[in-house]
Design a protein around this ligand. Structure first.
Ligand code: MG
Ligand code: MG
Length: 600
């Protein structure tokens, strides 16, 4: 179906918004009146600009406080409408949005509302314009879609139809099945927005917290299915008021928006893009560092061995068990922080994974970096992290390790690390919702609930995306601003069957564990019963402890930080599926306190 987006959903000038929408692949736009009023372009210039960009103007909005008004008030409305309809002719827009009145002057009289809307539609018809009447969730007398439809039906005017808005319908908890009773040709427009489930005033909820479908808690795809069954064939249009999108780059937001509609169309059965190929494990994590020494010391103490070197680039492979870390020193000598730059994901079908990614607008990266390199499918995540689709050790497919001839290094000393348990990727604040949708839609991972964690200097939001068996776990976080390396740290958690033994071996090899305040372990003693000496061991090593509702247990501790990166040793037992979130505020405070303790 055709896709459209309201200009209010994007930041910038009207010209910037139109350009961003067109570049992201939208077919049309809703022009928000304030965007036009603030634009130096004449309506004709806006029309031409849209035409040049290949965009249609699908809606002009909004016209407020029209219906069920006192006679003299309604006369003023018709005068206003005449001006606006003339303007719409100049713009080349043929549908106007009228939202249900919030005026204190409006009366609770459906017959009067229907009569006045019919008179407005009469006038509109003279200009070749259609009126789409929408129930605002906070409308004074009309606040549900079925009520708005009853008024439209009673008016019985060919130039009057209804506009359905998923936010207004789902935020009120209305049953969307009733949409199927509306004749499709009377649904003049469909606006889509999702929102997180929040207990707050619906007007504030709508104005500040709408998000793109798939990013919140509403079943927007389910609603769309009802609208399609009703026979609607107009555009799928996004109308999202969101404080973050208002401030972030319009180009990126428009791509995020278009991706959400591609996923929605797939979910609603309208399209069949290449199916997601869910990754099964982590092949490697790649760290880029201007100075390999501090990382080499840390990895060595963690029991990793440098086993191979890339044949054409300054990239070393460090291994222990199934955990593989690449240390890339291409930025050697530069004033840049050590960071997690790329992740290799084990994929049952790397080429299929890349096709899926492309269909969902993920930037596809060149397959070969150099002529002799093993061709690897790769895409960029919204935060710039490169994701490689790998087939480690599978005969029929190219193995990335072929680029890493064994360097004859020693085998790992080992601390009992088996594999990478999870990766934590800090997102720029304006990419958080986009990142979760990206990992769900492109990689087919499941997103868990978003959690808020107190940091001494702000609030950290965190949301994990995983595959079904936990072979891939990525924790997306967004830290407080202004961001320093502590607030924007990333980490690699390493799975072990015995975190106490691993921590002891790490320390014996010269590694430094993050010191934890005694108050934390005193509190643990109050919350849980431990075997003799157990708590003292945790206290001595700085091991955190958590237990879930089903008796699953998580023990974990942290290394010092190098640049923006630190490591975590984790031991999961009894099916524990979390990440120790209750411990995160103490860990963050300890990291802030230990800033002098970072390794460079
Ligand atoms: Mg709306
Ligand atoms: Mg962690």
């Amino acid at each position: 179906m055709r896709t459209s987006i309201a200009t209010v959903s994007l930041s910038g000038s009207l010209t910037e918004k139109l350009t961003a929408a067109a570049r992201a692949g939208f077919d049309g736009v809703e022009i928000f009146e304030n965007d036009l009023l603030a634009s130096p372009l004449t309506p004709e210039e806006v029309r031409d600009r849209c035409a040049d960009l290949g965009l249609t103007i699908d809606l002009y909005q909004p016209m407020r406080d029209v219906e069920a008004a006192p006679a003299e008030e309604f006369a003023r409305t018709l005068r206003r409408a005449r001006h606006k309809f003339a303007l719409m002719r100049r713009l080349g827009a043929d549908t106007v949005l009228v939202c249900s009145s919030v005026s204190p002057l409006a009366v609770d009289d459906d017959a009067l509302a229907a009569g006045q809307l019919a008179r407005l539609a009469d006038l509109a018809q003279d200009f070749g314009i259609r009126v789409a009447y929408e129930a605002l969730a906070w409308g004074r007398h009309v606040s549900t879609y079925d009520h708005a439809w009853r008024i439209v039906e009673a008016a019985g005017h060919p130039a009057l139809g209804t506009c359905l808005d998923s936010f207004h319908i789902l935020s009120r908890g209305s049953d969307p099945r009733g949409i199927e009773r509306i004749p499709g040709e009377k649904i003049f427009f469909l606006q889509l927005a999702d929102a997180p489930r929040l207990a707050m005033d619906v007007l504030q909820w709508s104005r500040h917290h709408r998000c793109f479908p798939g990013q919140g808690g509403f079943d927007v795809a389910g609603l769309v299915r009802h609208v399609l069954r009703a026979g609607y064939d107009g555009p799928l249009s996004l109308e999202v008021f969101n404080d973050v999108y208002r401030q972030s780059d319009a180009g990126a937001t428009a791509v995020d928006a278009q991706r959400s509609l591609r996923l929605l169309q797939e979910q609603a059965g309208l399209t069949t893009p290449p199916a997601p190929v869910v990754p099964t494990g982590v092949a490697f994590a790649e760290l880029v560092t201007p100075d390999a020494e501090p990382l080499a010391a840390l990895l060595g103490a963690l029991g990793f061995a440098r086993t191979a070197r890339h044949r054409g680039k300054p990239v070393d492979l460090w291994e222990q068990g199934e955990a593989r870390i690449l240390v890339n020193t291409t930025t050697a000598g530069r004033r840049e922080s050590t960071r997690l730059a790329a992740v290799g994901l084990e994929s049952p079908d790397p080429a299929g994974a890349a096709r899926r990614a492309e269909a969902l607008l993920a930037p596809v990266l060149p397959r070969r970096r150099a002529p002799q390199d093993v061709p690897l499918e790769a895409v960029a995540a919204p935060d710039g992290t490169e994701l490689f689709f790998c087939a480690t050790g599978r005969a029929a497919l190219p193995d990335w390790r072929a680029d890493f001839p064994a360097a004859g290094h020693r085998t790992p000393r080992g601390t009992g690390v088996r594999r990478i348990d999870h990766l934590s990727l800090t997102q720029p604040w304006h990419h958080f919702d986009e990142a979760a949708l990206f990992h769900r839609s492109v990689l087919g991972l499941r997103a868990q609930e978003s959690v808020d964690v107190a940091d001494p200097y702000g609030l950290l939001r965190s949301r994990a995306v995983t595959n079904a068996d936990g072979g891939v776990r990525i924790v997306l976080t967004v830290g407080p601003a202004p961001a320093d390396d502590t607030a924007h740290a990333q980490h690699i958690a390493l799975a072990t069957d015995d975190v106490v033994a691993a921590a002891r071996r790490f320390r014996a090899a010269g590694g430094r564990l993050l010191p934890i305040p005694a108050n934390y372990h005193d509190d643990l003693a109050a919350r849980y019963e431990f075997a003799d000496g157990e708590l003292e061991t945790y206290r001595e090593l700085g091991i955190f402890y958590d237990r879930d509702a089903d008796g699953g247990v998580f023990r974990h501790c942290y290394t010092h930080t190098v640049g923006r990166v630190f490591f975590e040793l984790v031991q999961r037992e009894g099916g524990y599926r979390g990440y120790g979130a209750p411990n995160a505020p103490v860990r963050l405070a300890a990291q802030h306190a230990a800033r002098g303790f970072t390794g460079g």
